[in-house]
Design a protein around this ligand. Structure first.
Ligand SMILES: C[S@@+](CC[C@H](N)C(=O)[O-])C[C@H]1O[C@@H](n2cnc3c(N)ncnc32)[C@H](O)[C@@H]1O
Length: 276
């Protein structure tokens, strides 16, 4: 970790400690062993700094978490993101390497009456299977996000990934949010929606659609009656596709291996994978 980043952690620690100590004390059941984490304390791959509650709420808003979701927080710290997701009715799970933090999270979840919906595992996120999550939350580092990126991209299209502050390198977010000037550090959240993979050649009746894909971004051509039209403003949003070709806006979805949808103000379209 760079000296600058460490200094930021310690500055945040100094600001957050009184609040944190109060919260931990309030959630400590009588007779339980006192464990009070320190902001900036060492973690396996990254230190512990809690996401501010305002940003936790916003991250779950961005991911549109509902009771139908299974939310997994990778490196779950004191459990606040898992607990907040469970309070929204979702099933939520935290993976945390530090056993003291796991025990603290379990006590916090129990104190919040959420034991049924909030669970925690003491494990390394890089050795864990979270492929059934519908929402993944992160507050790690860009390098760690990039290590997770292939695993995340292999998840079910439409899965939402939200990160506090740290990006995914050259995988641009679908959405970002900044808490504003009053927030001193760790104030941004980013959302990515796992895109369905549609790169290749598609046949739309007699027409041919050629798609190239980089993460959620699409480029390519639609060839109609021998005329090749570049597609623009094209992207995947989970299984939903949008693009413009020849001044017409196409919307559709990948369903059962075919792309089906509507041309704006006009006919339905259906594309199937072209042979060869
Ligand atoms: C910056 S804190 C974020 C905590 C929590 N997600 C939040 O937003 O409040 C990162 C957490 O990841 C944990 N951690 C670091 N490396 C890990 C690993 N390889 N596996 C599991 N947890 C890890 C640390 O112990 C720490 O609690």
């Amino acid at each position: 970790m760079s000296t600058l980043r460490m200094r930021r952690f310690l500055l945040l620690a100094a600001c957050a400690m009184p609040l944190l100590a109060g919260a931990a004390a309030a959630q400590q059941p009588p007779g339980a062993p006192a464990y009070s984490p320190t902001v900036g304390q060492a973690g396996k791959d990254v230190v512990w700094v809690p996401t501010q509650q305002q940003l936790v709420d916003r991250m779950l808003d961005m991911a549109k978490v509902t009771a139908q979701d299974y939310v997994v927080d990778l490196g779950s710290g004191d459990g606040r993101t898992v607990i907040t997701a469970a309070q929204r009715g979702a099933r939520a799970h935290g993976i945390e390497f530090n056993p003291d933090m796991v025990a603290l999270s379990r006590r916090n979840a129990e104190a919040a009456g959420l034991n049924g919906r909030a669970s925690f595992a003491q494990a390394d996120i890089f050795q864990s299977d979270f492929s059934d999550a519908t929402v993944v939350t992160l507050f790690l580092l860009q390098t760690l996000n990039e290590r997770l990126r292939p695993t995340l991209l292999a998840m079910k299209p439409g899965t939402r990934v939200v990160s506090n502050t740290f990006t995914m390198g050259d995988w641009n977010p679908d959405q970002s949010f900044d808490t504003g000037a009053a927030c001193a550090s760790f104030c941004r959240a980013y959302l990515w929606i796992i895109p369905a993979q549609v790169a290749g050649q598609w046949q739309i009746g007699e027409d041919r659609l050629v798609l190239e894909q980089r993460y959620q971004a699409l480029t390519g051509t639609l060839t109609q009656g021998g005329q090749s039209l570049a597609i623009s403003d094209a992207k995947m949003d989970g299984e939903a596709i949008t693009f413009t070709a020849g001044g017409r806006r196409y919307t559709g979805r990948l369903e059962g291996g075919a792309l089906t949808g509507q041309v704006e103000g006009g006919a339905a379209w259906r594309a199937v994978k072209a042979a060869g």
